[in-house]
Design a protein around this ligand. Structure first.
Ligand code: AP5
Length: 216
């Protein structure tokens, strides 16, 4: 199964991706996690993208496309993947189309997680991320297990002003992808408001239906 997960920053894509990948046996490829790992390791790419990421700006298409092309060619994605955070612009989507043609693969579904902006601001301002694993938690709705060994921090781009900038960028550059993929008949919209488990039920209902009808 080959999926794209679209939705505004803080909609819950990363959180839900972990459950989807565990249940459906596919690999998550998060462009944000890859970039943050490069920042943490202070690679040349990490140093180049730090300013963009901390300000909530998109990193240039050429950088992210090369990064995803390298990653997606690895054997662990052969059985299927969930793209979380990529593509984010029309040129990125066109580049993905070309990559998939070369790999002789096709997309099965684009999930769009819908959450109102005001709710996103409250979710992100209480998000904390584990430095070691990249896993994210919410101090109230999804707290880290008390017996876990976590090194939690608040992402630089999770400050209210930066969140608003990210939401504006989502509206202008990423939302047009919904139309792009709708024209291919791939889009399934999911209501992302509610308890984590309820949102997951809505997602798994769509994916179970696809699995049963064997359309991927
Ligand atoms: P990226 O890491 O992709 O961030 P994002 O899209 O902004 O997504 P988030 O990680 O903020 O949110 P999420 O939807 O995963 O939500 P989560 O599950 O954590 O990108 C970061 C930056 O990298 C970009 O700004 C850009 O600079 C760069 N970048 C990345 N990809 C790029 C690309 N393709 N092109 C160019 N630049 C790129 O949930 C959020 C919080 O809510 C958590 O605390 C969670 O516990 C909580 N939560 C989740 N679900 C619920 C629920 N149902 N109820 C209550 N709380 C919930």
């Amino acid at each position: 199964m080959r999926l794209i997960f679209l939705g505004p920053p803080g909609a819950g894509k990363g959180t839900q991706s972990q459950h989807i990948c565990a249940d459906f046996g596919i690999r998550q490829l998060s462009s944000g996690d890859l970039l943050r790992a490069n920042m943490r390791d202070q690679t040349p790419l990490g140093l180049e993208v730090t300013k963009f990421m901390n300000n909530g700006e998109l990193v240039p298409d050429s950088l992210i496309i090369d990064l995803i092309k390298d990653e997606l060619s690895k054997p662990q994605y052969k059985k299927g993947f969930l793209l979380d955070g990529f593509p984010r612009t029309i040129p990125q989507a066109a580049a993905l189309d070309s990559m998939l043609i070369k790999m002789n693969q096709k997309l099965d579904c684009v999930l769009v997680l819908e959450v109102p902006h005001e709710l996103i601001i409250s979710r992100l301002s209480l998000r904390r991320t584990d430095r070691k694993t990249g896993k994210s938690f919410h101090l109230i709705f999804n707290p880290p297990p008390a017996d876990g060994d976590f090194d939690l921090y608040q992402r630089e781009d999770d400050k209210e002003e930066t969140i608003r900038n990210r939401l504006e960028i989502y509206e202008s550059l990423t939302k047009p992808l919904i139309k792009y993929y709708s024209s291919m008949g791939l889009v399934h919209k999911i209501n992302g408001v509610g308890m984590l488990e309820d949102v997951y039920d809505r997602i798994s209902t769509v994916l179970d239906r696809m699995t049963k009808s064997n359309i991927y």
